[in-house]
Design a protein around this ligand. Sequence first.
Ligand code: CTP
Ligand SMILES: C[C@](O)(CO)[C@H](O)COP(=O)(O)O
Length: 386
Amino acid sequence: MSVTALIVAAGRGTRAGGDIAKQYQLLEGEPVVLHTLRALRAHPAVQAVVLVVHPADRPGPLSRLPLPPGTILVDGGASRAASVRAGLDAVPEGTSQVLIHDAARPLVSPEVIDRVLVALCNHAGAAPALPVTDALWRGSQGLVSGLQDRAGLWRAQTPQGFALDRIRAAHAGWSGPPAADDVEVARAHGLDVAIVEGDDDNLKITHPPDFARAAAILRRHRRDDQIMDIRTGTGYDVHAFAPGDHVMLCGIRVPHDRALKGHSDADVGMHAITDAIYGALAEGDIGRHFPPSDPQWKGAASAIFLRHAAELAGERGYAIANIDCTLICERPKIGPHAEAMRAELAEITGIEPARISVKATTSEQLGFTGREEGIAAMASCLLVAR
Ligand SMILES: Nc1ccn([C@@H]2O[C@H](COP(=O)(O)OP(=O)(O)OP(=O)(O)O)[C@@H](O)[C@H]2O)c(=O)n1
Ligand SMILES: C[C@](O)(CO)[C@H](O)COP(=O)(O)O
């Protein structure tokens, strides 16, 4: 299957108003027709694009349009049907199917295009539509004059897809007044046209308020497509024991029969947490921000490091969602101090204690921590873009 998209953009957009035709007016900062071109070109099945334009637009809005390379330009006619015919004549050799689409429908989704193409495997034509769900009235002079049965009624959309040779023949054989769409032309020629599920977002910009509706839909699509910006980081640190009478762990002075050796206050837990935050930010580790070779950090309170990492996360637009720290040692016992540690860490990082976990494990007397040669700490944190 070789598919060409034929986009009709030669209308005057009189109902939409504005200084230039609606397809060149801006939708979220870009001309409507550029959105439409991108939507069709982005579909993997579409191999060529024909854009039918009004000759009067060529020196004006069209000349300012950054047309995707390879777009085939052709002048349209006085009616939509005439523009389609001009486009059909310009469809490149080798095309087997054509998707005829309104430039004024910039929000067509790949799923709608897929459904049309799939149905074309079994039908000469296929087009998206939505069933009429509201009650239908007839009205006259501001009064309801009757009810119209809505059963079997559909709201037609584009792209309308056809086997190229069949729709060319159908347009060539058409003799009535300009047709509303290509399905009408196709059916008059005896082609079977399948209805596939349309999409409420695939609106046609017709009247002035449609621009705001389309912009809101586009913004929603962009939000839906956005990757949630979350980051995780891990940290690990070890400090050896030295003579002393206390250790600093997660900002709390814990009495012990030894101290931890280090350039700063050797708070192994806080260092692991700080490195987890730097890691999540891809900002190296504590040593990069506070070099041990720099004498000003000798004996420094590790709260300085953690506060810096937390503030850096804030400057980069991230909130700390949680911190989890595990201290690995046989002694001292951490449990009695864990709540105070959480409160201290919360104070330094500016997040609620409920988002901070401090726990401990022994190593069953195995390895350097089991032999009580030092304390190790592991930490992880999650950063979420604000
Ligand atoms: N002579 C025409 C008329 C219409 N179209 C295109 O057909 C699509 C659907 O038509 P419609 O929404 O009716 O556009 P306009 O004819 O431009 O609008 P209006 O009737 O308000 O002037 C639009 O992308 C429009 O540019 C076209 O290529 N050539
Ligand atoms: C082809 C079409 O988009 C199907 O809904 C529509 O018929 C063309 O526009 P108009 O508003 O009917 O002129």
